[in-house]
Design a protein. Sequence first.
Length: 283
Amino acid sequence: MKTLHGRRTRILAATTATAGLLFVAACTSTDDGGSGSKTAAGGVELAKAGQLTTCTHLPYPPFQSEIDGKVQGFDVALIDLVAKDLGVKQDILDTPFENFKTGAFLNSGECDVAAAGMTITEERKKNVDFSDPYFNATQALLVDKKSGVTSLADAKTKKIKLGAQAQTTGEDYAKKQGFDPVSFESSDAVLNGLRTGQVKAVVIDYPVVQGWLKDKENAAAFEVADNINTGEQYGFTVKKGNTKLRDAINKALADAKADGTYKKLYEKWIGPYDESAASPAAS
């Protein structure tokens, strides 16, 4: 993973025999100095000494995905800032997306923070504590150009077979609009389902669509038929009651906004900077 403040450390990936989950060590510019303490700067208690363990769900570009053998993306880069402030490095644990609704891996102490392009919802707040919002997200209706679909209402009228990622707000929204969407495990699977004709349209987060349509072959065959503003905002989550880590995340977000780092990362991973999408961190 790219270090945001200079030097890089080598990325290591290993599959745990017991859990069958992928750990990817992300790099920051400091470690715990060999002290073995689980207490980081600011008195933040960590699951493992010398590292900030992040739960995510791969792939979900441009927020997190494996690129050239390393997990990279907008979320990854922002949490790297948090890790640097804490004087540790970031390690990433790939987990099922259902985990983010329940906060299971946070509550069990396997992860310190969850970063997965995750929408802040009242239901999820019952199980985890959210950071300040860091991104305003909209949904997109992406369709096969041959479908003739011009809007979500049109897709419903034409009884188009619709797809969405399982356990996401996009899937929830489609169901509320009267669809019975085909559920896919990941954003890549959703888009592949559209590409292979399993479905003729999908509801998915617009930033994901933006990146996907940069491919000329995809852009030639598919298009955004409708933009759906559902008022969603992304946030990072921590175990309920972990105020010190939540405050550290909020501080890193606010600092990144203030010094221009957020804008640079947004332009690198998302595209041209959009003030309306870049939700300011609360004070």
